[in-house]
Design a protein around this ligand. Sequence first.
Ligand code: CP
Ligand code: NVA
Length: 301
Amino acid sequence: MTQHFLTLLDLDKAQIHTLIERAIQLKKMQKAGEPHELFKNRVMGMIFDKSSTRTRVSFETGMAHFGGQAIFLSPRDTQLGRGEPIEDSARVLSRMVDIVIIRTFEHEKLERFAEYSQVPVINALTDLYHPCQLLADVQTYFEARGDIKGKTVSWIGDGNNMCHSYINAAIQFDFSLNIATPKGFEPDKEIMARAGDKINLTNDPKAACENADIITTDVWASMGQEGEQDERANAFADFQVDSKLMKLAHNDALFMHCLPAHRGEEVSADVIDGPQSVVWDQAENRLHAQKALTELLLNQK
Ligand code: CP
Ligand code: NVA
């Protein structure tokens, strides 16, 4: 069976912890100028149905560091965009490339691709999950503060793809997750149920931030929801992460955001640009964490 990475739960706890350690090591190797061309002539196919800066550049750069290649495939100029079945595309592409990453809308489309692919498939974001971001976020916490086990993370805002991946991360890395959303924007019930008492759900952002070790948020309207921007801005008006919310957390709490951010909406400028913010480390760690992930999947027997 080919090992894919469609959600954080596709790896076992030992694998995912080793992956974080390896990401930290690969980062040191790169900074020290140690070559690590471990995958010469290997090729990554990159299917993007949605925009991306960080995900695209980090995966492409990672393959370059490994001595391999990456091919960016947009629906505008492939047959995927003209209705070639996903199953056929998966069968064809996976006979040529060694690994595929996909950013798309429906999570089910990613699952279907993986089912017909002979090579590992990575979720580069769907409407339901964004697991690669969580690898970088957890790496960032480990580097800044040590083990995240037993810590408290506050998710403020939309119960979206990032929130769902935080729920899975709470299971895999054993931390508590306080989720504060406006009424009607809660995360998926089944995804939450799997995490049991690791999750505390509320509609009160202040309650969620008390004694937190990380406060994190995301845009109010995700890709594909642009038409709901105004309605969402009203619903989320009381959910901005500002210095008052940050003060409720522990003194050494970190602020995280997957980016891109909207200053003055989900986060105030003084918080995202302030001393507790680690957003640039998070963004950089996309590169290192995904190199560790690519290595793990390419090395599977
Ligand atoms: N955080 C993140 O996935 O960024 P991009 O949309 O730029 O890839
Ligand atoms: N929730 C956001 C994350 C972007 C990285 C979106 O899906 O647009």
